[in-house]
Design a protein around this ligand. Sequence first.
Ligand code: ANZ
Ligand code: ZN
Length: 825
Amino acid sequence: MKYKHQEIENKWQKKWGNRLQFKAKDFSKKKKFYALVEFPYPSGSGLHTGHAFNYTLMDVFARKKRMDGFNVLCPMGWDAFGLPTENYAIKTGIHPIKATKQNTDTFRTQMKKMGFGFNWDREINTTKPDYYQWTQWIFQQLFKHGLAYKKEMEINWCPSCKIGLANEEVVDDKCERCGADVGKKKLSQWLLKITAYADRLADELDLVDYPDSIIAAQRSWIGRSEGALIDFPLVDGQENIKVFTTRPDTIFGATFIVLAPEHNLVKKIVYSEYKQEVEEYIKKAKKKIELERTDEKKPKTGVFIGAYAKNPLNGVKIPIYIADFVIMSYGSGAIMGVPAHDKRDWQFAKKYNLEIKEVISGGNPEKEPYDGYGKLVNSGEYNGYNFEKAKKQIISDLEEIGLAEKKIQYHLRDWIFSRQHYWGEPIPMVYCDKCAKKGINYWDTEEGKKIQPIFEPDSDLAGWFPILEKDLPLELPDVEKYKPTDTGESPLAGIKNWVKVKCPICNAEAKRETDTMPNWAGSSWYYLRYADTKNNKVLADRKKLDYWLPVDFYLGGAEHTTLHLLYSRFWHKFLNDLDIIPGKEPYQKRRNRGLILGEDGQKMSKSKGNIVSPNEIIEKYGADTLRTYLVFMGPYNNVLPWITNSVKGIKRFLDRIYIFVLNQKQGYSKDSNRDILTLINRLVKEVGEDIDALKYNTAVAKMMKFLNTVENEEVSLEDVKKFVLILAPFAPYLSEELWQELGGKFSVHQQSWPDYDEKLIEQEKVVLVIQVNGKVRGKIEINNNIDKPEATRLALDLEKIQKWIQSKTIKKVVFIKNKLINIVV
Ligand code: ANZ
Ligand code: ZN
């Protein structure tokens, strides 16, 4: 009697075939549950351990939900546009469509081997025209409603990949992909006005269940800053310099002004003897990318421009500089330098020997900048004010004389939506020179007049028209070369007869947009399409959306905490504003999984040779072992190193389960004895609760403990079956095999989660006193007779106890059963 994993897994894969394909039924009377896990980019190297981990976490959860009687939607698809496939095509000449097909076939096969019960009848692929038709359609809606605009922009430019890079694709001033020095290039780009939703994207995080860390990351990415624009009049000249500050309370400490080098006043007010130096500085600054300029660690540089400004409150004369750490696109592109209380200003003042004037008490600004709280000093009539009160008072006093206005500023920028690449969704727009010359824009046309833009279209879009809706999808044409051109245009620009098109308005000869969309586009709405994957009239039927949305649980990786979540929340809100989809938020609950490291405790990577291949593990130990191991490694959101010995341990655990169940089969006792009955009932309850709370590791540990206890006992058929049922989400193949051996009905995966008898589980409760270093820090109600490790775990789980322990090491735990636990640190 031996557990032959390969035989069993192959057999059930065949038998299940399409018969046991889980279906999510639209409008079923059962309660719906939408369980979404991030869809992968199907790379050439197949499923990696991170994927296997992510999908196993979700598959266990979804299977349990099905057993609980929910109508579960747990779909899968492919986010397949993007650079790796394009680079592969450039290298090999193989068409990206073909490469994508190969890769998705590999991924699908591997996922099926892993036993993932996705709704395969709802598979989507962002690179298929019947999908990206709607990505294009959404873009057009954004345009029509004033949320897409064109702008000549300096972009981060990699001269080697010949591609514009988003800020996050620039690492240490170098291209993330090829390592070349990143430069800048001016290109006309499409932008999406995500900033128009900044407030809602920040505020409506209150409506969802995300971990605090994700909420904080999103809020900081949006970066809402409340401050004021304050005018500093020039000493010689008419103009005022507007500075943006979040700390008007420190205005008496302003000892200089800094303008961004690109500021349009610079050329006007610079004194002639400083002109040359200033111009040289501007030239240098223009070559730098923004990240380099704002890098905290880089030394501050700047030049004096000869001019002075007056402090609007006390008339003190202060010098004006330009410096590249001030960015033109933020606030007003000018700041008041308060070196006593701002780190960058402090560095700048030290370097150029400028006065450091303390105006908030509490620190020692000669030694280091003090950005803490305090009362005002050296600030005339405001002395003694608390800084918060001073802030309000100073703004309103300046407002009264017309020298200040309140201003809310966001760090969030509009989303640069153009890519000069082949393998992406063509942007379905046309530019007509003739219409442009006449100043005709979309909202002057018959169709456009009917549209009420949600936001005032704010830049000159004359001559830009969406291609007609009936002409969508605009399919990606074949090209000879996939490589972007030297001019920065996409390869599509080289296909003359594709570019040439009739203007939809005046029928004159016009040009197609040749840029494509960023990789983020297709994933910004994919969760909507799963509700109705085959619809060719609308992006998804409204009734189906009403039934399935919102996503009840969205699981993914930490790398998507800001951009993907933010972009998709933005599109969701927009589509909801158009009343095409329900709800303000797409994802009700979001959790990030942790990271699996190699056996050496390092990030898995080819160069380190520490990659674990899911395929090999499946061959050797089976998919059930791999799944159970992955969830047993530790809390799902931790950083977890791979341990091959523990994989073997899990395999042995499954071996023992196999033998235990089949042994029982020889002769079931009619009833389990009272102790076993209690144990199994408690196990069913606790494993169920653990799965719901994503505490898979403790669930598996409890099953191990149970097996240890009952392995050589007589257990009733009914109770053995219960054990097999709760094993099912973790080990779908083995549980199916055993279920059948036990004479169960066709599939274990069509059964309900077993019942348990609360009365059998009920235990006498006792109050345990918790001490840290001998001092009482809390009390907790626990089950009678729990052991020391369990009590320790429960005590350490408490927040009020954690507070006393934090990162200190635990030296000793003293435990008096049912009475007291003392943690010595
Ligand atoms: C005076 C001051 C005193 C400031 C002080 C800070 C502390 P956040 O919170 O990120 O919005 N600032 C304004 N515009 C800038 C620009 N274009 N480039 C670089 N820095 C700029 O930061 C707002 C603060 O960043 C502003 O408040 C300004 O410095 C600076 F004790 O004004 B503060
Ligand atoms: Zn025209």
